[in-house]
Design a protein around this ligand. Structure first.
Ligand SMILES: *Cc1c(COP(=O)(O)O)cnc(C)c1O
Length: 419
């Protein structure tokens, strides 16, 4: 099973925790996102347990899934938050998260966003350039604040992942080249309004082989030692997120505890607070996109299963050539034929699977598109004027509406009245 025990079959039918997905589809309609609360907290706790005994802060990467209910769940577990926009800070606060636990990442922060974050006294900024440092310095000084900053260094290691989600090479736009980092730290340490006390990096996403992450850690730690010896008092080491999950059955997710165990050893005697920014590895496996088959059609030799979900709901297959397991919600039988599972949107890229071996399905059947909890709903749009699907959070026997299905009225909100 791809996602452990949170999605399992009860009398043959796929359920989320104790709620059959069929009941959710009947009550809330399709397409819809369904998340397991237990799966999310369990995954967060894995990090927590692995980090026990070490000074640390786990900052959940909000962009992976920014639903308020999920942020609330994680805040209650003691999570901090990694944000990449003012909007994400607003969400964290709306969910009752503590701004003092927030790190602000991103290669292009606006002055409004920086001011907002300074006003709320977030924990720190992960900075990626000298102009950004100068802007934060100027705004913090004007506001009579001291901003804690880390520099996001680009360690020039290659995370083996899809090119669109690899970020740790010099050719990428992210971070400060590790070779020029000491000079930039020197500049930063002279700027007013800044406390330069962190080294951060994030080399990519969906990393299954932790080797490159450990190599990045080594380079970052070497930099910490150098900076300390030149009088810059580094207290935080932020190694970003990026641990990968199993999208195909038979694959294994990267294990946070083996990563953390290796890093702990490297940090021995260094008196650093370790920060991590996991996103996908907390929420991906905790969610499915539930869709219903509209019809089955054949074009020559090809068979298409046309479902009511589409690329506007889940764009990962089109954007990253991502693979998602697709399971019939009713009893699973032997796969018999290769089909394309596609949505109704007018784009050839609107597919969930191509040439996928599946059991025969027919109009009205429910399909669960697995491992859709991360970079799923957050990347959804209203393309083709399709209202976005609801997000439902399951805990045991209880289903709560974490976000309501959008209506046609929602589609035209802000476009003026046509009266
Ligand atoms: C996206 C992102 C993360 C989270 O990455 P995952 O692969 O989802 O764990 C963490 N830190 C930064 C700076 C990011 O941009």
């Amino acid at each position: 099973m791809v996602s452990g025990e949170s999605f399992s079959r009860i009398e043959g039918e796929l359920a989320c925790e104790e709620v059959p997905l069929k009941h959710i589809a009947e009550r809330y309609g399709t397409p819809c996102y369904v998340y397991s609360a237990a799966a999310i907290t369990q995954r967060f706790q894995r990090y927590k347990e692995a980090l026990a005994g070490l000074s640390h802060r786990i900052c959940y990467s909000v962009k992976a899934n920014s639903n308020l209910s999920i942020l609330k769940l994680l805040a209650a577990e003691g999570a901090g938050f990694d944000i990449v926009s003012g909007g994400e800070l607003y969400r964290v606060m709306a969910a009752g998260g503590d701004p003092a636990s927030v790190v602000f990442s991103g290669v292009g922060k606006t002055e409004d966003e920086i001011r907002f974050a300074l006003e709320r006294s977030i924990h720190s900024f992960n900075c990626e350039s000298v102009p950004e440092l100068e802007t934060i310095s100027r705004l913090a000084s004007m506001m009579g604040k001291q901003a804690s900053v880390a520099l996001r260094i680009n360690p020039d290691v290659n995370a083996v992942t899809h090119p669109y989600i690899s970020t740790g090479l010099r050719e990428h736009k992210f971070g400060i080249d590790i070779k020029s980092a000491p000079g930039v730290y020197d500049v930063a340490s002279r700027l007013p309004g800044l406390r330069v006390e962190g080294v951060s990096c994030h080399i990519g996403s969906q990393i299954v082989d932790i080797g490159p992450l450990l190599e990045a850690a080594d380079r970052a730690i070497e930099l910490v030692r150098n900076l300390r010896s030149s009088g810059i008092d580094i207290r935080y080491l932020d190694l970003g997120g990026g641990l990968g999950v199993a999208y195909r059955s038979g694959e294994h997710s990267a294990d946070p505890s083996s990563l953390v165990t290796s890093i702990k050893r490297k940090l021995d005697g260094l008196d650093l607070t370790l920060m991590l920014e996991p996103g996908r590895s907390i929420v991906a496996e905790a969610g499915v996109l539930l869709v219903r088959v509209l019809l089955v059609k054949t074009n020559g030799a090809k068979k298409f299963v046309i479902v009511d979900g589409a690329l506007n709901d889940l764009i990962r297959p089109a954007l990253y050539q991502a693979y998602h397991e697709i399971e019939p919600v009713a009893i699973q039988r032997e796969a018999e034929e290769a089909v394309d599972v596609v949505g109704p949107v007018c784009e050839t890229g609107d597919f969930f699977a191509r040439g996928r071996e599946m059991q025969p399905v027919q109009a009205g059947d429910l399909l669960a598109i697995r491992t859709a909890g991360a970079y799923g709903f957050v990347l959804s749009s209203n393309y083709n004027s399709r209202p976005r699907p609801p997000e439902l959070l399951v805990s045991g026997k209880t289903v709560s509406v974490a976000r309501a299905r959008e209506t046609y009225a929602d589609l035209i909100r802000g476009e003026g009245s046509c009266a």
